[in-house]
Ligand binder design. Structure first.
Ligand code: COA
Length: 276
């Protein structure tokens, strides 16, 4: 089965960029069990597809994602603990392990409503661009729960202490510009420019050595919870591993182009990646 055959997630490809689109627009892309199972398959396929260089996560219609499906993910499973476990495995697998550690660079394109459980796939993406008009909210407090799953843990990582607590305890909403001010997303642009802004960022990423990108993001994510000495040693070993495994021999090539060829300034852009 190809990714395009799923119902609740669709994939569009453009120039090496795969748009993974949550596709229940009539339900504001709320995540039901079917979406979790299908998203798990789709992110696996895109992660392993050699033609995909960048993965973008977005939503169909007017929502990015309205969070977990209150009817199908919560209430319908309240008395079905086995299915509850199964779907939570799928949810954790695609949102946290697969998306967060995706071997390709990932960008969240937050086109509209983004609530509750949607913060986890948002934060699992490496980078994020929002529409100015998008509406974000940690709405859980409005209906008697706290932001569960990974959400509270995730927001504590990317949002400032006061901002995170303010939105957790008030349940108030904020727009894309505010999300960018707070660092929850990298930038916000008018909705009409969202696709082109995301594609421009993806094109920049495509110019870089893919293995270097992968190791750089893995190293950032893994080392942030280490102490300084562990991080220092791990990063040194990771760099050695990169040099050993890099089919492009990027480090040597970059230094050659800077020192001898004088064709490249690392402070000003990527080294020439033409194949040898
Ligand atoms: N779970 C289940 N269904 C949802 C949903 C969710 N999280 N979010 C939206 N829907 C459904 C609605 O029930 C409605 O279904 P219906 O047409 O069968 O009645 C449909 O999607 C459209 O929603 P509606 O509320 O009419 O759209 P809206 O554009 O007026 O409002 C939201 C959009 C996102 C503001 C509103 O739907 C909402 O508050 N959703 C819940 C968001 C939330 O708190 N999520 C956190 C869950 S962890």
């Amino acid at each position: 089965m190809t990714a395009q055959e799923y119902e609740t997630v669709k994939v569009e490809r453009e120039d090496g960029v795969a748009w993974m689109i949550l596709n229940r627009p009539e339900k504001r892309n709320a995540m039901n069990p079917q979406m979790h199972y299908e998203a798990e398959q789709v992110i696996n396929q895109l992660s392993l597809d050699p033609d995909v260089q960048v993965v973008v996560l977005t939503g169909e219609g007017e929502a990015f994602c309205a969070g977990m499906d209150l009817k199908e993910y919560f209430r319908a499973l309240d008395n079905d603990p086995t299915e509850q476990i199964r779907v939570r495995w799928a949810m954790r697998n695609w949102q946290y392990f697969r998306l967060r550690m995706c071997p390709k660079p990932t960008i969240a394109a937050v086109n509209g409503w983004c609530f509750g459980g949607a913060f986890t796939p948002l934060i699992s993406c490496d980078l994020a661009i929002a529409a100015d008009e998008a509406t974000f909210g940690l709405s859980e407090v409005n209906w008697g729960i706290l932001p569960g799953g990974y959400v509270t843990r995730d927001v504590s990582m990317v949002m400032r202490y006061r901002d995170a607590l303010y939105y957790i305890v008030t349940g108030k909403t904020f727009d894309g510009k505010k999300a960018a001010d707070m660092g929850l997303v990298n930038e916000s642009v008018p909705r009409s420019e969202l696709r082109s802004a995301v594609m421009a960022l993806a094109q920049d990423l495509k110019k870089l050595n893919p293995l270097t990108l992968r190791y750089a993001k893995d190293a950032f994510k893994m080392s942030r919870d280490m102490d300084f000495e562990q991080a220092y040693d791990y990063l040194a070993a990771k760099n050695d591993q990169l040099e050993f495994r890099d089919p492009e021999r990027g480090r040597g090539k970059g230094i050659q182009q800077f020192i001898e060829d004088k064709t490249f300034r690392p402070g000003l852009g990527p080294y020439g990646r033409s194949k040898e």
